[in-house]
Design a protein around this ligand. Structure first.
Ligand SMILES: O=C(O)C(=O)Cc1ccccc1
Length: 313
């Protein structure tokens, strides 16, 4: 299976929490992001993140977004609540599914999986298992565990799940949308940042006030500096209906002068949480427009410094 990853080489002998149980897509991503490391499964994204926050794990691997279904809400909420965590690496996995059942067959009345997985095989299920009721499970592999326990009749899983559970493969390689991909993050407590590569992603959460033009003003801080926006999602703040947090990803790394300039502009306008700067799994280099490169920002700063010193005007 082709996997695009940017691994963090300094991650030696660390304990990695991942969204499990064994056999999830997230476990595959964790193996790609932290090869050879000690991996520990957690039942939910929130528990994996809590393990990093309380020091039980040094990093956590979690799914963040899917090309078909969009963001994983539990991940966005888990990163914006509680103590800050930052992403230090990402992996993008191609996603296809297997349908697993108990050996020996029997009626297939229920089919369980993670909601993102069910949404990605809806047409296949309607055509092939029209009598099976889809049931949400906490993860694809949790659905396999439940099938082994007799709670459901079939599970939509990662193809590797068959290696972990005593189940039979009813179908494999299925996906309503070919080329579906999911992006995963490796997150740690704030500390040393991965070095800039020229093909980086910076992620922030902005808690903007509900006023006319607020979001446009935030985005203009990026647009005015020719910084390419690569993701924008809103999540409700939960305790105040109609209020949202904006998850904003853009090209570039927090150590670059053009990004520092944008972040200070954004910070003046609203409360921010920094969610990390790390290499992009797709290795797409940042778009740099004429007059908006780091040297242009440094030159402009030098001119202001010279004006202040009285050596230029
Ligand atoms: O449940 C899993 O296996 C996960 O890792 C989450 C997920 C679910 C569906 C597609 C990609 C990732």
């Amino acid at each position: 299976m082709k996997t695009a990853t940017r691994a963090v080489s300094s991650l030696t002998s660390v304990r990695i929490a991942y969204f499990g149980p064994q056999g999830t897509f997230t476990e595959q991503a964790a193996r790609a992001l932290a090869p050879g490391e000690d991996l520990t499964p957690f039942e939910t994204v929130r528990l994996a993140l809590a393990a990093v926050r309380d020091g039980a794990a040094d990093a956590a691997c979690i799914p963040i977004e899917n090309s078909v279904e969009g963001v994983v809400p539990a991940t966005l909420d888990g990163l914006s609540d509680d103590a800050p965590l930052v992403a230090v690496a990402e992996a993008i996995l191609p996603i296809q599914f297997s349908v697993l059942t108990r050996p020996g067959g029997g009626d297939l009345r229920t089919v369980a999986s993670h909601p993102h997985a069910l949404a990605q095989v809806r047409e296949w299920l309607e055509a092939n298992l029209p009598d099976a009721t889809p049931v949400a499970a906490s993860s694809t592999a949790a659905a396999a565990v439940a099938v082994v326990a007799g709670e459901f009749d079939a599970a939509v899983c990662a193809p590797v799940a068959i290696e972990h559970y005593p189940l039979a493969e009813l179908a494999t390689g299925i996906a309503d949308v070919g080329e579906a991909q999911t992006r995963f993050l490796l997150v740690r407590r704030p500390g040393e940042l991965p070095a800039p590569t020229g093909a980086d992603r910076t992620s922030i959460v902005a808690a903007a006030e509900n006023r006319t033009g607020t979001l446009a003003q935030l985005l203009s801080e990026l647009a005015n500096r020719a910084i390419n926006l690569i993701r924008l999602d809103a999540r409700p703040v939960r305790d105040s209906f109609g209020e949202y947090r904006f998850f904003i990803d853009f090209e570039g790394h927090v150590t670059e002068p053009r990004i520092v300039d944008a972040l200070t502009g954004l910070r003046r306008r609203c409360h921010l949480r920094f969610l990390g700067s790390h290499p992009r799994a797709d290795r797409l280099p940042a778009t740099i427009e004429a007059g908006a490169g780091n040297q242009d920002f440094l030159d402009a700063q030098s001119w202001v410094d010279a004006v202040l010193k009285g050596t230029d005007a």
